[in-house]
Ligand binder design. Sequence first.
Ligand code: BLA
Length: 246
Amino acid sequence: MHKSQEYLDNSFILEELLKRINNSIADHHGKEILVSKGIAERVSIKGDSFIRSWLWDVPGFRRWRVTRMDAGNKIQVLNSVAYPDYINDQPILGIDLLWFGATNKLVAVLDFQPLIQDDDYFQKYYQGLGNLKNNFQEFNNEITMKIYDSNKFFSPFVLFYSGSAKTIKESLSNLFQNFIEYYWQLSESKLNTMNSEQVRKIHIEYDTYNAERDPAHGLFKSYFGKDWADNFVSNFLFPLSIKGIE
Ligand code: BLA
């Protein structure tokens, strides 16, 4: 397949960020958990794209997953979600970085995804993210939620960019670094007010909500087939989701 210069540039930066997040997790004493072969790596039906995933056991977290999809000139993805232990009511880390080759468009969504929409909770956990929001103006695009509800699991400080991939790479790289650093700092704070049962229920809601809406499902279906896509979404991306009636 012909690889465009844009593809090379954009897959390069997502590879860099992938390495950075996996290394950062390992530096924080994360241990890689073996993922079944069919999930850890999958080649598309046509044979020209692939998806790879990592699962980490990290002190303070009950689950941390990272996924990278490389569909050449069509689409490039880096996605990660970190779920803190139930005894910790801090936000869920959410990262979704997408590059679309046809338009050379980059979509970046980075948030500390709140368990509740509450001023005290925002006061407690969002000083760092608020600083980033002020310092990285490019990531202040008005977020147009077509699929998700902005009041469900998104914070008022969500960093969002949607536009040309050409001009954003350096600041994305800087932002990414800071974003992860601030998230680690958060996990060192002991500000808990919710109990474990409350947190567990909200994690279940988060997985259920996202399994129903994730726009990736259609994408996975077309590249990897329906059975694989269904299994990946319900058992790897959102394993706590309560399945509705099909
Ligand atoms: C949007 N995410 C999208 C879109 C795709 C994906 C295809 C639509 C983009 C568009 O057409 O403009 C893709 N999501 C993926 C892929 C995975 C995935 C490939 O989970 C693979 C694992 N999404 C998240 C997380 C956040 C998130 C953790 O997975 C939070 C930071 C946000 N994605 C998010 C938002 C949009 C989006 C806010 C815009 C959707 C909207 O308009 O409502």
